[in-house]
Design a protein around this ligand. Structure first.
Ligand code: BGP
Length: 483
């Protein structure tokens, strides 16, 4: 019998850059998502390389837009259909609605001093729509969509000036929406060393050092925005809560050889624990010292910044979980998919069409580990199943595979809660088909709602409920008892 707390926050998650479109409307500037072009011949077995970008490549993309198709410039046109879409999503009976605010709607170039009022007005209308359905709102402040200008002119997050630019943006939206938004995620999937997270060109000679400087600067920004939250909560007598998010990389040692187990322990430190520790405990963990030395990484960290980190830690820990992998010192282990990391195959697990290995028990392993390490409330901010799909003759999709995936993961969540883990919510990725972050496809469909569009944006754009829509609505209605 599945048991969830009576006030468990069942919800769904979206991201501005993957749904809104209207990439240049009402003053919005170009974000890094707007220069991600769709490549029909994508090599899914090597997404890390597919996502690499250089300054030269970006200039070529910007200067020759006629030669490329940029799916995230159009999304699923949520910018114009948000009222209908929010009603469709709210009709699931969800309690919490996670979405992101596009940084470049509020600060088009990122280095302005005053916000773009038309951008604030748009999100005021979106939140007013959510309030009609009594939805709690969770906002991701930066979700893989930083202003392109901050990359091209300042070198992205390795430049400490971007901390100030981020704070100008974050303070503007907190000042505007503190009374509407109860939960905030300052950064999405903080831990991925990708251009989309750091804004650093992949052909930089000291890429690793610049990436960790970027992570440090984002840690400082995360702590400063939490500091600001405390001031605003006190001033306005509010209870906003902040929980940055990690794209959890769960891997198992491929064999019981001690070297495989040691490698797995170290990768867990470096891929996961490092990022959670700095934000939840407020300090750099001991195991990073040798990592930085071994990789010749010297960071610009001040004592003031370390003090800020220590005094401003997370209210809750949130993470995304989709799949798991394996690691082995025998480098020839077969590789399989992940949206930004490649990993080893697990002979006991099946995989999606994109090679993501389906591992519901892994979710319980992660929940137990995180609760044990931080003793903070936990929130699953992304989890879902993607598949190429078409409408059947009844204008729906019989997505039993998605129902099976979700049911198995919900059962593990219930077991973790029975173990004693404090899990207070879950936002499914994603209620409605949208543009894949890593492959730029809509073909990689996650939604409970089908959108009639193809990978080049052709189609009516009409929305159709899949079988999983009513199934999830029932899960929410019975608080997990009926699956
Ligand atoms: C995470 C992002 C989401 C979403 C998800 C699915 O990294 O936070 O925005 O995209 O991955 O990945 P993808 O879209 O690459 O299939």
């Amino acid at each position: 019998m599945n048991k969830f707390p009576k006030d468990f926050l069942w919800g769904t998650a979206l991201a501005a850059n993957q749904i809104e479109g209207a990439f240049d409307k009402d003053g919005k500037g170009l974000s890094i998502a707007d220069i991600r072009n769709y490549n029909p011949k994508i090599d899914r077995s090597n997404m890390k390389d597919e996502l690499k970008l250089s300054k030269e490549k970006i200039n070529e993309l910007i200067n020759n837009p006629q030669d490329y198709y940029f799916p995230k410039r159009h999304g699923i046109d949520f910018y114009h259909t948000y009222k209908e879409d929010i009603k469709l999503i709210a009709d699931l009976g969800i309690k919490v609605f996670r979405l992101s605010i596009a940084w470049t709607r509020i600060f088009p170039n990122g280095d302005e001093t005053k916000p773009n009022q038309a951008g604030l007005d748009f999100y005021a209308k979106v939140f007013a729509e959510c309030k009609k359905y009594n939805l709690k709102i969770m906002v991701t402040i930066s979700h893989l969509e930083m202003p392109l200008h901050l990359v091209m002119e300042y070198g992205g997050w390795s430049n400490k000036k971007v901390i100030t630019f981020y704070m100008n943006y974050a303070k503007s939206i907190i000042d505007a929406f503190a009374k509407d938004v109860e939960y905030w995620i300052p950064f999405n999937e903080f831990n991925h060393i990708t251009f989309d997270n750091t804004g650093i060109f992949d052909n930089e000679s000291n890429l690793l050092e610049l990436s960790y400087q970027a992570f440090h600067n984002q840690f400082v920004a995360n702590a400063l925005v939490i500091k600001y939250k405390k001031e605003v909560n006190k001033k306005l007598n509010l209870k906003m809560q902040f929980g940055s998010m990690i794209g959890h990389v769960l891997c198992y040692p491929l064999t019981c050889h001690p070297n495989d187990v040691l490698l797995n322990q170290q990768m867990d430190y470096w891929n996961n624990d490092f990022f959670y520790d700095v934000m939840a405990k407020g300090e750099y963990p001991w195991f990073m010292k040798s990592y930085f030395e071994k990789n010749n990484i010297k960071l610009d960290i001040t004592n003031d910044e370390l003090k800020t980190l220590k005094e401003n830690t997370l209210d809750f820990v949130s993470f995304s979980y989709y799949s798991s992998g394996t690691e082995s010192v025998q480098l020839e282990t077969q590789k399989t998919g992940g949206n930004v990391f490649m990993t080893g195959k697990n002979p006991y697990l099946d995989a999606t069409k994109w090679g993501w290995q389906v591992d519901p028990v892994g979710l319980r392993i992660v929940l137990n580990k995180l609760y044990d390490r931080y003793k903070l409330p936990l929130f699953i901010s992304e989890n879902g199943f993607s598949a190429p799909e078409e409408l059947d003759k009844n204008n729906t999709v019989i997505d039993d595979y998605r129902i099976d995936y979700l049911k198995a993961h919900f059962e593990q969540m219930s077991l973790a809660i029975a173990d004693g883990v404090e899990l207070f919510g879950y936002t499914l990725w994603t209620p409605i088909d949208l543009i894949s972050y890593s492959s730029q496809e809509i073909t990689k469909r996650y939604g409970l709602i089908y959108v009639d569009k193809d990978d080049f944006g052709n189609g009516s754009g009409k929305r159709y409920k899949k079988k999983s829509y009513d199934w999830f609505a029932q899960v929410i209605k019975t608080n997990g008892e009926k699956m």
